[in-house]
Design a protein around this ligand. Structure first.
Ligand code: CA
Length: 388
């Protein structure tokens, strides 16, 4: 058994930190994560995703790129080029809660201009993150998973700087952007795609296995999902209250857009959670990336109670006597993907794709209602796992 290092100087502010214990034979999944995480958030879904990244202890987070592009300011008085610094408080809060130290830095601020653009002309202060990623890949003895939930810019620019390194060291890229259909032409007008269309289309040319996680179609405030969408709806309070007090405060800091010092805030007594926006009559939030994270970690979903579902490593499920209670909620299936109209649309065929296609698309052959309720339970249990 190995005891992992826990405290950083400022961690002394939190009274209830426990050591993170890892078994030497526990599975480790090296991962590099790119997120458009902001404080205050434009959409707090990235706070939920990043919490899941930290909740799964098998993720060996090699570094985090804060994908904070220009033109996305929510605070007009903040100079755009310094916008990335606003992603720092939530990241440091999660490091504090879990006792994990993770390298991070700002990604490139402006869109790639061509498919082979390396982004070398962009500001010097934003170059370090690309170097950090490439350095981690070079130093890694194992293949590394890349996971993004914002723009595709930094992964595409890193690929353009060293394609061979990607082919040797990247296990797969999880891309949470764009729109998948079973067969036909799909317009890729989607939030994360439009942050950097050149970069998004470039990821289909890397030759690296691409786990393509569609945000849509059929997503609307009243009709989320569809079988190729990772999207589901949560009752926000249920997820937040499942966590420890510091975890609850992490979310409350986000939802209130607090300007208080971010680490002492975690030690506050129980607080009111701001009322979520009322949509579809029940209030809450759309979440996208939980199932892709479960897949990237190598976990599966198991039923523990009538409405209690957990994402577990198979060995852990075995230990808990749940191995027979695995449910097949989602999978990835090969897809044939060709550019139909450059930077606009893709021609997709899931039905007749070769089994060894480098592109695999997320697919869930269950109803929206089943998927929603299972994933909400899974996410609540992950919130409870965070920092434990
Ligand atoms: Ca995002």
């Amino acid at each position: 058994m190995m005891l992992r290092l826990l405290f950083r100087a400022s961690a002394l502010l939190l009274p209830v930190l426990l050591p993170v214990e890892m078994h030497a034979d526990e599975k480790r999944v090296p991962i590099i994560y790119s997120t458009d995480l902001y404080h205050p958030p434009s959409d707090p879904d990235d706070h939920f995703d990043t919490a899941v990244l930290f909740a799964m202890r098998e993720f060996d987070v090699r570094c985090v790129v804060l994908d904070n592009g220009l033109g996305r300011q929510v605070e007009p008085e903040v100079k755009a080029e310094f916008r990335h610094r606003i992603g720092r408080p939530p990241l440091e809060q999660l490091m504090h809660i879990t006792g994990r130290q993770v390298k991070y830095g700002p990604g490139l601020p402006t869109k790639l201009t061509s498919a082979t653009d390396k982004g070398l002309q962009q500001p010097a202060e934003n170059q370090a993150s690309i170097d950090m990623m490439l350095g981690e890949l070079r130093a890694s003895e194992e293949k590394v998973t890349l996971f993004l939930n914002g723009s595709c810019r930094d992964f595409a620019a890193a690929f353009n700087r060293d394609p061979e390194l990607f082919r040797q060291k990247v296990k797969a890229i999880y891309c949470n952007a764009g729109i998948v259909v079973e067969k036909g032409v799909a317009s890729q007008i989607d939030y994360n795609v439009e942050l950097d269309p050149v970069a998004f289309f470039r990821l289909f040319e890397t030759g690296v296995p691409l786990y393509w996680c569609s945000t849509r179609p059929k997503m609307s405030e009243r009709a989320p999902g569809g079988p190729y969408s990772t999207n589901f709806w949560i009752h926000e309070q249920r997820i937040i209250r499942a966590g420890s007090l510091p975890v609850q405060n992490y979310f409350i800091y986000c939802l209130t857009g607090s300007k208080e010092p971010h680490l002492p805030f975690l030690a506050k007594e129980q607080q009111k959670i701001p009322t979520p926006r009322g949509i579809a009559g029940d209030g809450g939030r759309f979440i996208w990336c939980t199932a892709p994270f479960v897949h990237a970690a190598g976990r599966s979903i198991y039923r523990k109670g009538i409405a209690d579902f957990h994402a577990l490593q198979p060995a852990e499920a075995e230990r808990l006597g749940l191995a027979g209670a695995k449910i097949d909620l989602f999978t990835f299936v090969p897809a044939s993907v060709k550019t139909k109209e450059p930077l606009k649309s893709l021609e997709i065929d899931v039905k007749s794709a070769a089994p060894d296609s480098p592109v695999q698309v997320f697919h869930r052959p269950v109803t929206d209602t089943d998927y929603r309720s299972v994933m909400e339970s899974v996410l609540a249990n992950l919130a409870a796992e965070l920092g434990k």
